[in-house]
Design a protein around this ligand. Structure first.
Ligand SMILES: Nc1ncnc2c1ncn2[C@@H]1O[C@H](COP(=O)(O)OP(=O)(O)OP(=O)(O)O)[C@@H](O)[C@H]1O
Length: 250
């Protein structure tokens, strides 16, 4: 097994002459929490879209677990253990909390298109669904309709449906965005907990969250990696402070 679960080599994306991601060499170590930060428009979402195949790179390679996956299709990527939360695992708003997790579990088992088929099959997944809901603090809300959950709980449910796919590499897209201070604390603790046996790559604007969670931080600015390392190191970096125009002082 290589030290890095994910590596990009010279990853580049050009949109009609505009280079949004330029020669990015990202190295994400197995079993770590790695954060991708940077000012608005730095290229973070584009990097995520390249990693999950929503976009094709203009140049460069993506290596996952030692294999070149640059030309794999989006659906393939999830089967190989890379799951992006809040997208592939989107929650069905009118299903109950428990049913959402059951559908995700079935997807993992490969018969997602037959989920209406038999109550017995559904029941067999119940135990695992409840374990996952318990893990994200939603056991008491299992029978609630998902759309009616409070915002922080919806995001916890999204994490549960992502975990149901048992990803080796979990990509989290701004997991605390729009949350109350209390929910930010809860989601931070939850991410720490689920990171125990997997690797997490996250885009996150909240530097407090990044500081408390990330083992390694890559700072993107104008499509390029400006600095990389642990929070203490990166937050002292002059170029990083300048790129954030003071917000890195926070
Ligand atoms: N499909 C596209 N066509 C043209 N330009 C694009 C496209 N997608 C992104 N861009 C440009 O690429 C740059 C990087 O955008 P991206 O969304 O990756 O940044 P970001 O770091 O995720 O920003 P934010 O923090 O605001 O979400 C921006 O200047 C954006 O306008």
């Amino acid at each position: 097994m290589s030290t890095h679960i994910l590596e990009t080599q010279g990853l580049t994306k050009v949109f009609k002459g505009f280079t949004a991601v330029k020669d990015v060499n990202l190295r994400v170590k197995h079993g770590t929490i790695h954060a991708l930060i940077g000012p608005n428009g730095a290229g973070k979402t584009t990097v995520f879209n390249l990693l999950t195949k929503f976009l094709s790179p203009s140049a460069g390679n993506i290596i996952y677990d030692g294999k070149d996956i640059t030309h794999r299709k989006a659906a393939d990527i999830a089967d190989h253990g890379i799951v992006r939360s809040f997208q592939i695992s989107a929650v069905f708003p009118h299903l109950s909390v428990r049913d959402n997790v059951r559908v995700a579990l079935q997807r993992r088992l490969g018969y997602s298109y037959h989920f209406w088929r038999s109550d017995k099959v559904l029941d067999s997944l119940d135990e695992r669904a409840m374990e996952l809901l318990d893990a994200v603090g939603l056991a008491d809300f299992a029978d609630d309709i998902s759309v009616e959950l409070a915002y922080g709980r919806k995001r916890a449910l999204e994490i549960a449906t992502t975990l149901a796919l048992d990803p080796a590499l979990m990509l989290l897209d701004e997991p605390t965005q729009g949350m109350s201070v209390e929910d930010v604390g809860k989601i931070t603790a939850l991410i720490k907990q689920v990171a125990a046996d997997r690797t997490i790559l996250m885009v996150e604007h909240n530097l407090g969250v990044v500081a408390s969670l990330a083992d390694t931080i890559s700072v993107l600015n104008q499509g390029e990696i400006l600095a990389e390392g642990p929070y203490e190191e990166v937050s002292r970096n002059k170029a990083v402070r300048e790129a954030y125009m003071g917000t890195a002082d926070a």
